[in-house]
Design a protein around this ligand. Structure first.
Ligand code: GLA
Length: 777
């Protein structure tokens, strides 16, 4: 046969073969004591990265960086709300092209673990659920609510269309898919978790390994018999202890830490979180030496661009834009000292003959931008266009607004005294009367009211409510935005004390979108606003580049809001910090003129921005420290009888203290008199109060009233004992003498019959309390 004829025949034959069939089909399953890849023992060394947190042009670089750490797998979440931003409209293109991301992983010799939720947590807006679900007010999220389940099924099927051709059984890189996410921290509902399992099984087929992840303290609550069980825990944890219960229940099961936390996320108003490289590396070394699989969460955190950062609860603790996570690969994809320490250790566990891949070159250089002014301005509020008048203020969801700001206006009667404005404002409300700024109501500080001055009849009350990320953790994920419920004003009218409810509200939704900003500059609507109300608005400026590269723009002179660069939503800014710069990827910049728009809902001190070659992730500019050491808040316990006193046991794990008799009170006071190790630094990871029926009371309304000592620099403040996170803790500072006292305000009077106490998860439970007294007051 002639050479070219043979070639043509070969090509036509190849064209007839489906693409997936060209790749070798394989298997992945849980075997005895180990995972089996194509029938052979396999330790999963997974790197967690989130494709929406990385600009698409950098995807392959980041995958290669993970490979250069000796990883063999990439672990991803699929965030439902970024793919279905409007109900029924799916987007798997551009930065949302999850299938392409998986193909890139495969191209680079990496397997993939997919965690398609529907709920994911991940410090991502609403834990990945779409906000529009909340348009059905009484929806039961993450339960078998018919509408929720119907939408979940549609979403999972759409993801399946993208990813099911890429399972290992089909010759693709996907070896496992996760069912739901840490359901044990949400509830106990095996029928619901089973329904999600069945949905995923229907999509990916019976051969693909499905798994559940949870904490060692709660995985049995929802553990399904036919799924792989994996544990989540962080740097420093006592690894044997974490797998003890699993080993008892399933002695032959492979062990995997499905989220080994390399660092931690940052929230607005608290210090940047870090975790020691040494502890992280030692933990991973220990796991590998025992054949335990892991996914390092995060190996590269990236950035929660735009409005995608979520918030934690109890309370309301919104996350910053950077998702650096103190991960070995930093936010902008470069190496850190942690990276090299990890790489060195991982080298020991390479397969025979395998070499550690070289560290890839960064796709862009780092550049800096000289200081420039944002000289163009247009106010946020442009008179009353696009208005809806209603008897009660509307939430964002009722107004079909996903993200952004709502401006609420009403008119007041004559109020002759000072009065108090009260309500639920989600999340940051600024109050103006006749254009004059009166004050703010900040949900982060648990504020729900503001004192108003006396006012004349028909004074105009304007409340500008900016929303931050919806809560992504715990029961509070049903987080409506804007004014939620009634607004009341308590004051003196006609010489009588009255509670007044305004009965006509003008609601103006302002979407957080680049296009909205551009239109604000273009619109000719006559500006009818006055005074301080003119400060919140859009500021625009430009900078010129002769060469593009990654950079960090500093916004520390600004108030609070959003930034768009060349039309890309870069993320939130807030003067309180700790994050003061935004990462601006070079792939979104261009030679010549680049545009920056800042939506500042407060208004800047100075409308300037400058570039720097390093991020600023740890500069707080707080009105007041986060400590709870105001001596006036310390209750006098001298004449009180403790509800319980005694000695805790040493070691890791939960302990319960039952009181001899239930006690009524609003304050829960834990007095630590000594530690197990005999040193003076006390640490407590979690505390629950048990109600009259012996069940855990909700910690939703809890606040910290007083702590004699708190290690604020490490973010080990008193509120950490009820933040639903077993890996964070309250810790006193060295040298602060005994006794140590932590006082929790339970929000209202409660009957308490005991407490549950969890020391730190690290080996030997450092700082664990020995002698204690508990008071209910
Ligand atoms: C849990 C969740 C993750 C993430 C981490 C904290 O483990 O499963 O999505 O929220 O906590 O970073």
């Amino acid at each position: 046969m002639k050479k070219h004829l043979f070639l043509a025949l070969l090509l036509s034959l190849l064209a007839a073969v489906p693409v997936s069939a060209q790749k070798a089909k394989g298997t992945f399953e849980a075997g005895k004591g180990t995972f089996l890849l194509n029938g052979k023992p396999f330790v999963v060394k997974a790197a967690e990265v989130h494709y929406p947190r990385i600009p698409r042009p950098y995807w392959e670089h980041r995958i290669k960086m993970c490979k250069a750490l000796g990883m063999n797998t990439i672990c991803i979440y699929v965030f439902w709300n970024i793919h279905e931003q409007q109900e029924g409209q799916f987007d798997f293109t551009g930065n949302n092209d999850v299938a392409q991301f998986c193909r890139l992983a495969q191209k680079n010799g990496m397997y993939v673990i997919v965690r398609p939720g529907p709920y994911v947590c991940a410090e991502w807006e609403m834990g990945g659920l779409p906000w529009w679900l909340l348009k059905k007010k009484d929806i039961r999220l993450r339960e078998q609510d018919p509408y929720f389940m119907e939408r979940v099924k549609i979403f999972e099927e759409k993801v399946g269309e993208q990813l099911s051709p890429l399972t290992i059984q089909n010759g693709g890189p996907i070896i496992m898919v996760q069912v739901e996410n840490e359901y044990g921290s949400y509830g106990e509902d095996k029928p619901y978790v089973s329904a999600i399992r069945d949905c995923l099984r229907g999509i990916y087929g019976g051969e693909l390994a499905l798994f559940q992840c949870d904490w060692s303290s709660n995985f049995t609550k929802n553990g399904l018999d036919d799924l792989v069980w994996t544990m989540n825990f962080g740097t420093g944890a006592n690894i044997d202890q974490q797998f003890r219960r699993l080993g008892e229940l399933r002695p032959d099961a492979p062990k995997m830490c499905s989220e080994f936390w390399s660092g931690w996320f940052d929230k607005w108003g608290a210090r940047h979180e870090t975790r020691p490289a040494k502890d992280m590396v030692e933990g991973m070394d220990e796991m590998l030496s025992k054949g335990i699989s892991f996914s390092l969460y995060m190996t590269h955190g990236g950035t929660s661009f735009g409005h995608w950062a979520g918030a934690n609860s109890p309370g309301f603790a919104p996350d910053v834009t950077s998702y650096d996570y103190d991960a070995p690969i930093n936010e902008y994809g470069q190496t850190t000292p942690k990276f090299f320490e990890l790489r060195k250790m991982m080298e020991k566990y390479l397969d025979k003959g395998q070499k550690m891949p070289a560290v890839p070159k960064a796709p862009m250089p780092i550049i800096t931008v000289p200081k420039f002014q944002l000289t163009e301005f247009t106010p946020l509020i442009k008179g009353l266009s696009n208005v809806v008048v209603t008897p009660e203020p509307k939430t964002f969801e009722e107004m079909d607004l996903g993200w952004g700001t709502m401006v609420y206006t009403t008119f007041l009667p004559e109020i002759t005294s000072q009065s108090v404005l009260s309500g639920e404002f989600h999340d940051f409300a600024q109050v103006f009367i006749n254009g004059k700024y009166i004050g703010k109501i900040d949900r982060v500080k648990n504020e729900k009211s503001l004192t108003l001055p006396p006012v004349k009849k028909n004074s105009e009350l304007v409340i500008v409510v900016e929303a931050m990320g919806r809560i992504n953790f715990g029961r509070a994920i049903k987080d409506f935005k804007g004014i939620v419920g009634d607004v009341t004003i308590t004051g003196e009218m006609d010489k009588c004390e009255v509670i007044w409810k305004p009965k006509a509200w003008v609601n103006v939704p302002i979407n957080d979108e680049y296009q909205t900003a551009v239109e604000a500059f273009n619109t000719d609507v006559p500006v009818t606003i006055k005074g301080d109300l003119a400060k919140p608005g859009y500021y625009r400026g430009y900078f010129n580049l002769s060469k593009v590269g990654d950079t960090f723009l500093n916004f520390e002179t600004w108030g609070k809001g959003q930034v768009y660069v060349n039309g890309h939503a870069m993320g939130r800014i807030w003067s309180i910090g700790p994050q003061q710069t935004l990462y601006v990827p070079g792939c979104w910049l261009k030679k010549g003129k680049n545009e920056v728009i800042v939506l500042d809902v407060v208004g800047p001190k100075e409308a300037v921005v400058w570039g720097q070659d390093k991020p600023e992730l740890n500069k707080l500019q707080l009105e007041k420290s986060n400590k709870h050491n105001n001596i006036g808040d310390k209750p006098d316990l001298n004449s009180d009888t403790p509800a319980a006193q005694g000695q805790f046991q040493s070691g890791n794990g939960w302990q319960t203290v039952k009181f001899n008799a239930p006690k009524k009170g609003r304050l829960l006071c834990l007095e630590a008199l000594s530690t197990q190790a005999g040193d003076d630094v006390v640490a407590v990871a979690e505390i629950y109060a048990l109600g009259a029926d012996g069940k855990r009371l909700s910690r939703e309304p809890w606040t910290t009233k007083y702590a004699d000592s708190e290690n604020e620099n490490g973010n080990h403040t008193g509120d950490k004992i009820y933040d639903l996170q077993e890996s964070t803790y309250w810790q006193t500072v060295k040298g602060a003498g005994f006794p140590h006292l932590l006082v929790i305000d339970l929000g209202s009077e409660q009957t308490v019959s005991g407490i549950e106490y969890l020391p730190r998860a690290e080996q030997g439970a450092p700082g664990s309390v020995k002698n204690y007294k508990i008071y209910i007051k």
